[in-house]
Design a protein around this ligand. Structure first.
Ligand code: FDA
Ligand code: NAP
Length: 445
């Protein structure tokens, strides 16, 4: 990428996961349809290369959504960046169709994302963490037309670029239980494969997995299969794993149209989305994985051997390290404190917090309005609501569960959402420059 110091871009994207990759495509497809004055963009990604939750690319783990909910199809079904185009380019279209399955493996979807990214590498700079967004000193007392973005590369070098619009898409934040810190032998699921890969399998004779969501179930299954000599203990707060509801009526909450119903709905309606449909995504597990784990448990009963243990209705209260031992203290919701468990490693598959832009915004946060619960107010076009002193578009891809609903942190709606963000940026620029909006409208929108 050719960003020079203080070069001004129409769009600076922070993070280059699937959401901002989808936005980059949306902007490129717009650019392809506008001959003059294209929207300029630059994206910064802290990873050294493209990667989508690489540490959870467990063999045979499948996608949780249809392949048609790719980066583009719901916005532009004829885009050259669709999953179907990828299959065609890979020579696997016929074989994929023969599978008669909507759900590719996560490994194959990762290949698709990398394939799409390879055509957009000109707009992204890797190994570059955005550390803050601020008012440029020269416009600090005026209504600014751009913001300054601070970027640090992996060698500690710093640079700045200016942005007329910023799109924050930094993803989910791994969550550990209060009072428990990560350690060489205490892992969060988001770092699982890299930690596991750095550990001698023979050193893992006793491993525990905490949680009852998809990550916990997949890791439990993986460890049981990979470590035939090991005792595996699944520690879960619930009585057992609960199934992820992906039946057709419930699945409608992930439709693009549901975003309007959520956004413009009453507080009561929004509450109903969560009350009735949280089990489509949070703390739940794919039916096939649950059945697989139950089958293992039953087989062990038949064989009268036991190395997969379930500690249900149980939470970890603390973890202590004494010499080379890692000791886990447990509390059962049935009968209180339990005998400790010594492990060689423990994996906390305890979920994620959603994106919170406050840290990146720093002092700029004082221009951002909040609702009565203290959460950021967000326009329908995913733009933070700011005071008139800050007329710059700061868009969120993620962290909008409270305003836009359950798809906020998921892939289901990214094609449509990134198209809406691109349209908003284009429309607002047209208004600023008093160009008839139709002349700049994306042909695909
Ligand atoms: P994502 O987290 O993918 O990307 C954010 C990027 O920002 C990262 O690459 C990060 O390195 C970068 N970044 C963060 N801070 C930065 C900074 N300061 N500067 C520069 N870069 C920064 N959903 C779904 O719908 N179907 C599914 O099958 C799955 N599967 C799935 C598996 C696993 C293991 C997890 C943990 C989650 C899912 N999800 C999912 C949900 C998941 O949120 C979703 O798939 C996407 O990752 C969302 O894409 P984003 O680009 O928004 O975030
Ligand atoms: P999750 O769904 O949020 O589940 C976290 C689990 O940890 C819940 O069971 C939670 O219980 C439990 N937990 C939290 N704090 C705990 C504590 N202190 N002690 C014990 N248990 C605790 O997280 P996830 O499984 O990582 O899934 C996150 C997202 O990634 C979901 O969207 C999921 O679909 C996705 N994912 C997809 C795939 C795939 O595509 N194959 C794989 C993995 C994950 P409570 O409910 O009581 O809080």
């Amino acid at each position: 990428m050719s960003a020079r110091e203080h070069e001004i871009y129409d769009v600076v994207g922070i993070g280059f996961g699937p959401s901002n990759l989808s936005l980059a495509i949306s902007l490129e497809e717009h650019r392809a349809n506008v001959l003059t004055n294209p929207i300029t963009s630059a994206f910064f990604e802290r990873q050294p290369r493209f990667g989508w939750h690489r540490n959870m690319l467990l063999p045979s783990a499948t996608m949780q959504i249809s392949f048609l909910k790719d980066l583009v199809t719901f916005r532009n079904p004829v885009s050259r960046y669709s999953f179907v185009s990828f299959l065609h380019a890979s020579g696997r279209l016929a074989q994929f169709v023969n599978r008669q399955d909507f759900f590719p493996t996560r490994a194959e979807f990762h290949q698709y994302l990398e394939w799409a990214e390879s055509s957009l590498s000109n707009v992204v700079t890797y190994s570059s963490s955005v550390t803050g967004i601020r008012l440029p000193p020269e416009v600090a007392h005026d209504r600014p037309e751009y913001l300054r973005i601070d970027v640090t590369d992996e060698g500690g070098g710093t640079r700045t670029v200016d942005a007329r619009n910023v799109v924050i898409s930094t993803g989910l934040v791994p969550r550990m239980p209060d009072g428990i810190a990560r350690h060489e032998r205490v892992w969060h699921s988001s770092e699982f494969l890299s930690r596991y890969g750095r550990t001698e399998p023979g050193d893992l004779k006793r491993v525990a997995v905490v949680g009852a969501g998809q990550s916990a179930a997949e890791i439990t299954k993986f460890l049981y299969e990979r470590l035939p000599h090991a005792q595996i203990t699944a520690i879960m707060p619930s009585y057992g794993y609960s199934v992820a509801d992906d039946t057709p009526f419930a699945n409608q909450i992930f439709d693009a149209g549901a975003v309007d119903e959520y956004y413009f709905g009453t507080e009561r309606a929004r509450d109903a989305f969560w009350r009735y449909h949280k089990n489509t995504n949070y703390g739940v597990v794919d039916d096939a994985v649950i059945r697989h784990l139950y089958e293992i448990q039953y087989e062990e009963e038949v064989r009268e051997t036991k190395r997969l243990h379930f500690r249900n209705l149980t939470k970890v209260s603390s973890v202590e390290h004494t010499g080379s031992e890692t000791r886990v203290h447990l509390v059962s919701q049935l009968d209180g404190p339990q005998p400790f468990l010594d492990v060689d490693a423990i994996v906390f598959a305890t979920g994620y917090d959603s994106l919170d832009p406050s840290r990146l915004l720093g002092d700029l946060d004082r221009f951002c309005l909040r609702d009565e619960s203290g959460r950021h107010r967000v326009e329908r076009d995913y733009r933070l609501v700011t005071t008139p002193d800050l007329p710059i578009g700061i868009y969120l891809q993620g962290g909008t569960e409270h305003t836009h609903g359950l798809t906020s942190s998921l892939l289901s709606n990214i094609a449509v959402r990134s198209g809406e963000i691109a349209d908003s940026i284009i429309q607002r620029r047209a208004e600023r420059e008093l160009i008839p909006a139709g002349a700049l409208q994306a042909a695909d929108s």
